[in-house]
Design a protein around this ligand. Sequence first.
Ligand SMILES: Nc1ncnc2c1ncn2[C@@H]1O[C@H](COP(=O)(O)OP(=O)(O)OP(=O)(O)O)[C@@H](O)[C@H]1O
Ligand SMILES: [Mg+2]
Length: 405
Amino acid sequence: MGLDIGTTRVCAIIGEYNENEELEILGVGVSPSNGLRKGVVINIEATQKSVLEAVEQAEQMAGREVETVVASIAGPHIEGINSRGVVAVNSKGREITQNDVDRVMEAARAVVLPMDREIIHLLPQEYLVDEQRGVKDPRDMIGVRLEAEVHLITASITAAQNLIKCINRAGLKVSEMMYESLAASRASLTPEEKEIGTLFINIGGGTTDIMLYLNGAPHYTSVLPLGGKEVSSDIAIILKIPFEEAEKIKIRDGFCLASMVEEGGEPVIIPGVGGRPPLSTDRNTICSYIQPRMTEIFEMIKKRVESEAGFTAWQSLGGVVLSGGGAMLPGTVELAQSIFPTAVRMAEPFGVNGLSREVCRPDRSTAYGLVLQGAQQALLQGPVIRDTRSRKGGGLKQWLRNFFE
Ligand SMILES: Nc1ncnc2c1ncn2[C@@H]1O[C@H](COP(=O)(O)OP(=O)(O)OP(=O)(O)O)[C@@H](O)[C@H]1O
Ligand SMILES: [Mg+2]
């Protein structure tokens, strides 16, 4: 099971390989999330409840019970850094073995981190054998010196622990934590797109994640503390209405590019609050509240990629791929297209069987990527789902076992 715990909703997806070795989606569960702020847990009990609700929905649909999940981790505490490791090849005949690869990866991991951070992903970019660049798999090559260039993704230890605690309390074990955008890009980018270079942008409710892929591997990771919630709260502040009403107006009538708003559409009714009578406006006006914030998000991303990753070769990039619920506003691709001088498309999870319509949405790509990861683990270690429904009976025992582990 993939469990994506977001700022606005929790999404659980259960998948299983069928007899043709295709991943089939068996169940999907989505619940509102009330215990997180900008991707980070701030209320254990509320998050636990949301997790339980989404998981039970997915289990009911699948008719299976799940014990172990691959969970997402997100938030502005996530950082990416590039590192390099060097070792001497010490095997017989100077033929590089898996052991040499493991040692060079360990060497690349040796970076000084603050006490409260840990490495959650160690992603190889390329290997150098005796200074020869561009080696993707050095095993069996002859060489004296082996170097690895890697991208490390680090996270706050306490943020990860709080997330695990919520999941454990909901009666589940965590087999792996995966950075949200790594999972979403895994489900949405082809190896060719990663090879020619792609900027992957996941606009969530509380955060926007950026991952720059070059030559087949991630080179830059960053998280902006802005997302779809800011868009709704701008509308709420301008119109002096509750956040929930602004959210409804955004989803029903929102556009993020003025030139795409059709003339003469239905009026937009703004509910009266505190005895005020309802007002009527048009979609163009609503768009004028949304477009500046979405423009700000894309411009901040472009600036970060140029200044922090030192990347300006937009013309040579394969393109920009957008995912996350915040990218679902009509006109988002076109607005991004006007800011990034390269092709822009919407993410669409690929290779899905079963409940494909439920999963083929930009805001499901993280959960689907987590399922892909879990399915790969299951292939290596055996399945993690059972045909029984015993959570209710064994819940507390399981919780205590997990909690005191
Ligand atoms: N159809 C839609 N049109 C416009 N916006 C939408 C639509 N559906 C969802 N959203 C917006 O998407 C955002 C939620 O996106 P998503 O589900 O990817 O976030 P999350 O995973 O909960 O948050 P985060 O990843 O930041 O922790 C909300 O701000 C919501 O308003
Ligand atoms: Mg998210």
